[in-house]
Design a protein. Structure first.
Length: 276
């Protein structure tokens, strides 16, 4: 199906899907499965595992099955709504010895390779394709918090641009992924709010990075793979590239417009939303 024809039906189909999503208003704590919780700011909305799959499908993103929740907010009445997707990879304990030696150029090349692989699936579904522009923030690791952070910009085949500002929060048995998705013009203003949200993230006792003990499962990859989805051909052959790398999209105009209408639709019917 041609992209233009596909996008014609996005608002109607997506609206029907979106009405099934259970939202909770902030301020509250959102349960991200059994592994963690996150602080949801006032004025924002949260849906957990029951709603996140529907949210992704409604916004033309491919669910991976390990999503734990979405926080959706709006900077101001004039700004576009933005969201943070949380997902958890039960990979095991990721060693952080690469923290001081991340090769941003090599990682970017692998990210582009992973995006090309994801585009094949997007085409199969009749969705638009994506291309990576480059780093907004090169990858860096904070050993004090065990958080790995970066930001990357991309564009779709209609010219729409998006940015993913991402944090990987290392835990005892895996990694929580937190991806802020917005348009590039809003990123600088949103980062303080996003950072505050991440500061309010807490692993459940038993899942914390510092609680790792000898004998626990150790991941077969390190920090580089968390950013890049792996290093090249070996991971493509093993299937790990598809597992790790996913560029979240709101760049396509029809989908971005849907996000804005979805926000207005939900916040305009507050009596139907779940209370804190």
């Amino acid at each position: 199906m041609r992209l233009a024809l596909c996008l014609l039906f996005v608002p109607v189909l997506a609206a029907a899907q979106a009405d099934k999503i259970p939202w909770t208003k902030g301020p509250t704590r959102g349960a991200l499965g059994v592994e963690a919780t996150v602080s949801v700011p006032a004025g924002c909305l949260f849906t957990g595992p029951d709603g996140v799959k529907t949210f992704l499908e409604a916004t033309q993103n491919i669910p991976g099955g390990n999503e734990r929740g979405v926080v959706m907010c709006q900077l101001n009445e004039q700004g576009n709504p933005w969201f943070v997707l949380f997902s958890y990879d039960e990979s095991g304990y990721v060693r952080d010895d690469e923290g001081s030696s991340l090769d941003a150029d090599a990682i970017l090349a692998s990210v582009r390779s992973g995006t090309e692989a994801a585009n094949r699936e997007r085409k199969r579904r009749g969705w638009g394709t994506m291309a990576v522009d480059g780093w907004t923030t090169a990858p860096f690791y904070d050993k004090a918090t065990n958080n790995l952070t970066w930001a990357i910009t991309a564009h779709d085949d209609s010219g729409g641009r998006t940015v993913n500002h991402s944090v990987r929060l290392l835990g005892r048995g895996g990694v929580m992924h937190a991806d802020l998705v917005t348009d590039p013009s809003q990123l600088a203003a949103l980062v303080p709010t996003f950072n505050g949200m991440i500061a309010g993230f807490t692993y459940t006792p038993g899942f914390k990075y510092a609680e790792w003990r000898s004998g626990d499962k150790v991941a077969a990859y390190g920090l580089t793979a968390l950013v890049a989805g792996g290093a090249g051909v070996a991971l493509v052959k093993s299937g790990l590239l598809a597992k790790f790398w996913k560029l979240i999209v709101i760049g396509i105009a029809a989908v971005a417009g849907f996000i804005k209408r979805l926000w207005a639709r939900i916040t305009g019917r507050g009596n139907e939303m779940q209370a804190q």
